[in-house]
Design a protein around this ligand. Structure first.
Ligand SMILES: [Zn+2]
Length: 142
């Protein structure tokens, strides 16, 4: 990624939308009713991120950051977010953007590593906790 995204782990979904509307005026973020289990989608040709309006704000927050990472990399999501190297990279970067390492460490101690409670504490989905944990695991130097 060339420029860092103008977001931080403490921002709510509403704050992210607000910051993006001024910092990235060429990017469009819209609410929509997405098919199937899709929480978000990035369309390269229209430079638009769509977020399903029926999901919780925690899920919206995670879906928005996920699609922002695709946007920054110019990944065309018309193929959908199913597997592949781009998707693994996107999930790793999404987790790193949504989680503050110090807060993660604190939550891990507080809840004894229990992912549901950690996810609630950090305002992310369990998937994000799992992706972050995977990244930590991959980067352990023995
Ligand atoms: Zn994706």
């Amino acid at each position: 990624m060339t420029n860092p995204l103008p977001i931080s782990p403490r921002m709510s979904y509403g704050q992210m939308r607000h910051v993006l509307s001024t910092a990235e005026p060429d990017l469009h973020v819209r609410s929509a009713q997405l098919p199937g289990k899709l929480d978000g989608l990035y369309c390269l040709s229209t430079n638009t991120v769509l977020i399903d309006w029926r999901i919780t704000y925690t899920r919206k927050r995670c879906a928005l950051v996920h699609e922002l990472v695709h946007w920054r990399h110019g990944d065309d999501a018309t193929h959908g977010c199913i597997g592949g190297r781009n998707e693994r990279r996107c999930r790793r970067e999404t987790a790193m953007l949504l989680i503050n390492p110090a807060e993660y460490a604190l939550a891990e101690r507080m809840y004894d590593g229990e992912p549901h409670q950690m996810a609630a504490e950090l305002n992310v989905t369990i998937q994000i906790i799992q992706d972050y944990r995977q990244w930590l695991h991959d980067n352990v130097t023995v």
